[in-house]
Design a protein around this ligand. Structure first.
Ligand code: FAD
Length: 317
């Protein structure tokens, strides 16, 4: 049994989903998960996390209201020393990317970043991660160490975890007299019309849609299904749909109830972003298209024949 220390991530009073994905690591590598949450007025969030973690360590202080790697390290140093975890997990996020190398250097532990899988093989820790612009999925064996630091790719580990009832322990914190970094403000990204990562039904179009004018067909189907339209990278690169509608490794990860893939070949860069959808239906005229390997149902046919027929039947109810 490994001791897994998860550093919770939250923003503006909300726990980031990656925190729950990390709490699920114990399903890949059997262990006890202790989640550390640092912040201000975080009692409610600690309570929420305790339902999914074996233990929660909560550190509250005004100075910890917003992420600051220097202060986080000061708060974490003592906890790491006391807990002596086998694995320290952070999200592969702006916060994790800044903090994880810092922790790894300070405690002289191997660091594996942006991992999509972790397992123990013959007593050695193995991690999987994409390399060479995501073209190769590599399996790496980490050198022997008492502690490993990892950052996990968001959307790769499931968020759903069995209920637990972890104890919450509160620890005190005294900020250092002077620090060199300070939080200035959050800059919100521009408002986007549709957030495909939250959609239940996605009609996704690939290069098979042929032309910008044909996107209308996908929109009509999405409307009949009460869903939204997304696309593969060539569709976005052609400017037929906005960037925030891109599904895949360099776009968004989606997990809708229904993912309908129209004229999408199923390159792994696309699959990575949609493979955890509850139900995948693919329509492609090539019976050998790799998308059929992840689809639950497949239609070998021309989208320009199948989709209008589908819309008509849906409209008929
Ligand atoms: C670093 C990197 C990052 C990338 N990131 C992403 C990413 O985030 N998302 C992404 O999607 N891609 C990404 N790609 C691109 C990826 O490798 C593929 O090129 C891309 O996913 C292919 O898109 P597609 O399936 O729409 O097009 P294609 O591969 O051209 O497939 C079109 C499919 O449509 C079918 N078809 C054609 N006409 C019809 C018709 N009338 N009826 C039915 N079927 C038809 C064809 O049989 C074919 O299978 C990335 C690539 C790299 C190198």
């Amino acid at each position: 049994m490994k001791k897994i220390l998860v550093v919770a991530e939250h923003r503006k009073g909300e726990i980031r989903p990656v925190t729950f994905e990390m709490l699920n690591l114990s399903s890949s590598i059997p262990g006890e998960t202790t989640c550390v949450i640092l912040g201000k007025d975080i009692g409610g969030m600690a309570e929420e996390i305790s339902k999914k973690a074996d233990r929660v360590i909560m550190v509250q202080h005004d100075s910890l209201e917003n992420f600051n790697s220097e202060l986080y390290w000061v708060a974490l140093e003592e906890i790491i020393k006391e807990e002596n975890p086998d694995i320290i997990a952070l999200g592969h996020t702006a916060m994790g990317m800044e903090l994880a190398p810092f922790i790894s250097e300070r405690i002289d532990a191997p660091l594996a970043t942006d991992i999509v899988k972790i397992e123990e093989v013959n007593g050695k820790i193995h991690v999987h991660k994409y390399v060479f612009s995501n073209k190769i999925l590599a399996e790496l064996e980490l050198r022997d160490s008492d502690t490993y630091v990892i950052t996990i790719r968001q959307g790769e580990f499931k968020e759903e975890i069995d209920d637990k009832n972890g104890e919450i322990e509160e620890r005190s914190f005294t900020p250092p007299g002077s620090i060199s970094k300070r939080f200035i403000e959050y800059v919100e990204p521009e408002e986007v019309g549709v957030d495909i990562s939250k959609a239940d039904i996605i009609v996704s179009v690939g290069r098979g849609i042929e032309d910008e004018g044909n996107i209308e067909l996908a929109e009509e189907l999405a409307e009949a299904l009460n869903g939204v339209v997304a696309g593969s990278r060539p569709v976005i690169d052609s400017g037929w749909l906005p960037k925030e509608r891109q599904v895949g490794i360099s776009g968004k990860t989606v997990k809708p109830k229904l993912y309908l893939a129209l004229g999408i070949s199923g390159a792994f860069q696309h699959i990575v972003g949609m493979k955890d959808s509850e139900l995948i239906i693919a329509i492609n005229r090539d019976p050998e298209a790799p998308i059929f390997q992840v689809a639950h149902y497949g239609v070998v046919g021309d989208i320009f024949d199948v989709v209008p027929e589908l819309i008509e039947r849906l409209k008929k109810g």
